[in-house]
Write a protein that binds this ligand. Structure first.
Ligand code: ZN
Length: 417
């Protein structure tokens, strides 16, 4: 059996790993790198297992649409992935010629099997909840007497809307564990402490009648954030205020979240339509905002759309706040210099930042302690670290080195089992 790392080695982005036996060849994820040249992956797979709907795990699927693939993943992963592929088609077509159309995105929907277990030639595949985002799965493979577990992106702690991965249900003693290592070198502040901090920042800005901009991605982070604020207002922890979401895609994904509410925590499942918010309005345009307001909107890294418009409008006023909840910021995000240097540039224009710009990392990834616990519970013979910068992977390797053989592969490396 052979494992080959096509993408996501020593970096986050473009995840794709192949597992090949004498009778079968599958891909674990088929992602895209959002920066730099996109990489072409092989197309001759018997099946492509998709761990979850983030584009760094799914974004190359359009290139498979001409090859009649078998794609395997959860229902909500299918629905969100296909929407995100349509979105990608629209954006790329606006920029210029793109070889794929909506038809190719729909082909992926038709190729999708929403099973939790499948049997391929000489290989059994099982998918189990991974935490991280709605519908995310850990993949376990058994073939030729060997066991492989691939975490995809994983989170073992509960969040307000999603249960963490239950490690006790995963196969023990795999021959190989392939795990993400995004935060392999980082131990995070307890989540409740971060949420308290987030609420305090909101309250302070609300007291000053300021505006709060919360840039998020349309999938999961938007729903998690909106539900958190909606619940806080409902329970009286926050006062009533103008709270809006601006993202048609997020609005559509709310419907999936209501439909698949069985995926979420008990508290969420008890509610009839948990993601139809009581204190938050969906808007189509920033011009509809009545200030002061809290606005949850795309794009997540403020490259375009409502979040960029509002950053330009609101950054100059010290009464306003910008709260970013993802840990990572790409170098070309205007928030990067806004946060670190007090200004940002859009084309030739420079904007001074007087608003509070704050990063509160409410991550959906396992931190170092959680990753060590995964290795400790599963007791793999060998552990392959992917989906993490080299410093993060090396820091994790040091922590787990006495429990398992560790390998930090480079792109295109092959691992024989
Ligand atoms: Zn992810």
């Amino acid at each position: 059996m052979e494992i080959k790392i096509f993408g996501g080695a020593r970096e986050v982005g473009g995840s794709c790993i192949s597992v090949e036996t004498n009778s079968c060849k599958i891909a674990l994820d088929y992602g895209i790198k959002l920066e730099g040249e996109p990489k072409k992956f092989p197309t001759d797979f018997d099946a492509i297992i998709i761990s979850h709907a983030h584009l760094d795990h799914t974004g190359s699927l359009l290139s498979l649409s001409k090859h009649n693939p078998t794609v395997v993943g959860s229902e909500i992963t299918r629905d969100v992935t296909v929407d995100l592929l349509h979105d990608m088609v629209n954006i790329q077509n606006e920029k210029g010629n793109f070889e794929y159309t909506d038809h190719h995105a729909e082909k992926i929907r038709q190729s999708w099997w929403t099973r939790d277990a499948i049997a391929l030639s000489g290989m059994k595949v099982k998918l189990q909840p991974a935490g991280h985002v709605a519908g995310a799965k850990v993949t376990s493979l058994e073939s030729e007497g060997k066991k492989i577990v691939y975490t995809g992106d994983i989170c073992t702690h509960d969040t307000e809307i999603l249960r963490g991965c239950k490690l006790d249900t995963l196969p023990k003693h795999p021959d190989v564990l392939i795990t993400e290592s995004t935060y392999g070198g980082k131990v995070r502040t307890p989540r409740q402490k971060l949420i308290d901090e987030f609420m305090e920042d909101l309250l302070r800005t609300m007291d000053n009648k300021g505006n709060v901009l919360i840039p998020t991605f349309a999938f999961h982070r938007s729903q998690e954030m909106a539900k958190r604020i909606d619940t806080a207002i409902e329970k009286g922890y926050l006062p009533r205020y103008n709270v809006y979401t601006i993202s048609n895609l997020a609005h559509k994904i709310n419907d999936y979240y209501n439909h698949y509410k069985a995926l979420f925590t008990q508290e969420i499942r008890k509610q009839k339509t948990p993601f139809r918010y009581r204190h938050i309005k969906h808007l189509y345009r920033t011009a509809q905002i009545e200030e002061p307001a809290i606005v949850i909107c795309t794009s997540g890294f403020v490259h375009a759309g409502a979040s960029l418009r509002l950053l330009k409008d609101w950054a100059g006023d010290k009464h306003n706040s910008v709260i970013l909840t993802s840990g990572y910021l790409p170098p070309d995000s205007p928030l990067k210099t806004a946060k670190e240097e007090g200004f940002f540039k859009i084309e030739e224009e420079t904007f001074d930042v007087k608003a509070l710009v704050k990063q509160i990392e409410l991550s959906g990834h396992a931190d170092q302690n959680e990753l060590v616990e995964i290795v400790n519970k599963l007791k793999p013979t060998r552990t392959v670290l992917v989906h993490g910068d080299i410093e993060q992977a090396e820091a994790l390797a040091e922590k787990i080195g006495e429990m398992t053989d560790v390998c930090i592969p480079k792109q295109d490396d092959t691992i024989d089992i």
